[in-house]
Unconditional design. Structure first.
Length: 316
């Protein structure tokens, strides 16, 4: 019985380290990019599935990296109000978390090799820079997540890069001139529509981080971790959250004004009541008891919004 309990405890600890509640941030932009690919008639199943698997692996690898590096740098403490970190909490040995990080990123590289065979050197650059950015967020001598740049990283990689990259590999799959050695970006594979469609996922992914950083502001400041919330303070961070979430509802309206898309792209507006409900917590609370559920609900908002947006794009 003791062994079984230990096994269950260890399994649960690894799930806690992987942080499955964050996976919408990895999957959502791929879903949006695939919805746009369906609209444009360039949908390709295998590149879409590979992009989704690669995005999820990168997300989990980054979660392992953050758990490990925050612990070894002493940023996480027993008093933190956020979700339990397994390295700092002593649930899993640091060396094992580090190996899990390397293994997960290694699997992402394997998936990425297929995507490189479809999309060429641009995908190689995107994939390797994504891994480097995931590690350097909290690792290395100058972790940029400790210097107020985490929000920019999330906006770029979990929005702009992920959505346009997903669209790119599907559009490139139908072009015989694109292969593993292709260097340039062929016309029609990175479009203005793809860049614009990436903004809601970028904004809502960033909003997740903003809630996280508002909750941890005091602890991060004491530990010398200068997140954007530490730099800006509560009021400006809430303005940032509002701007990021608001953008997610402006963009579908912009698409609806384009006759080639139509009114189905307004489906994400159905999630507006959830966004308003979350805002009522984010605007007035700073404690983990309130913001931990708000963090999970913001992840749910990202997932729901992205699925509805992708559906609207595909049906348009």
């Amino acid at each position: 019985m003791a062994t079984a309990e230990a096994d269950v405890s260890r399994t649960r600890a690894w799930l806690m380290a992987a942080r499955p509640q964050t996976l919408p941030a990895g999957a959502a932009p791929v879903i949006v990019g695939t919805g746009l690919a369906l609209h444009a008639g360039v949908f390709a199943l295998l590149p879409a599935v590979a992009a989704l698997l690669g995005a999820v692996l990168l997300q989990v690898g980054t979660n392992f990296a953050n758990d490990y590096y925050d612990a070894v740098k002493g940023t996480d403490s027993a008093e933190r109000e956020g979700f339990t970190r397994v390295t700092a909490g002593g649930l899993i040995e640091p060396a094992r978390v580090k190996r899990a990080m390397a293994a997960t990123y290694g699997l992402a590289v394997v998936v990425g090799l297929y995507l490189v065979s479809v999309g060429g050197v641009p995908i190689l650059v995107v994939g390797l820079s994504s891994i480097l950015a995931g590690v350097a967020y909290t690792g290395g001598p100058y972790p940029y997540g400790y210097r107020g740049l985490g929000d920019l990283f999330v906006f770029v990689y979990f929005g702009l890069v992920a959505v346009t990259g997903t669209y790119y590999v599907q559009a490139a799959a139908s072009l015989p001139a694109v292969g593993p050695l292709a260097v340039g970006i062929p016309p029609g594979t990175v479009t203005a529509a793809a860049l614009t469609a990436s903004l809601p996922a970028a904004g809502l992914s960033t909003a997740i981080l903003v809630v996280n950083n508002i909750r941890d502001k005091e602890e991060d400041a004491a530990a010398g971790k200068r997140t954007l919330a530490v730099i800006l303070g509560y009021r400006a961070s809430r303005v940032e959250w509002t701007a990021m979430v608001g953008m997610a509802y402006v963009v579908p309206v912009v698409f609806a004004l384009d006759p080639s898309f139509g009114l189905t792209v307004l489906l994400p507006l159905l999630t507006l009541p959830l966004a308003i409900a979350i805002s009522r917590v984010v605007y007035v609370r700073t404690d983990g008891a309130a913001l931990n559920p708000a963090l999970e609900r913001t992840g749910q908002l990202l997932a729901m919004h992205s699925v509805l947006f992708a559906t609207g794009l595909a049906l348009a």
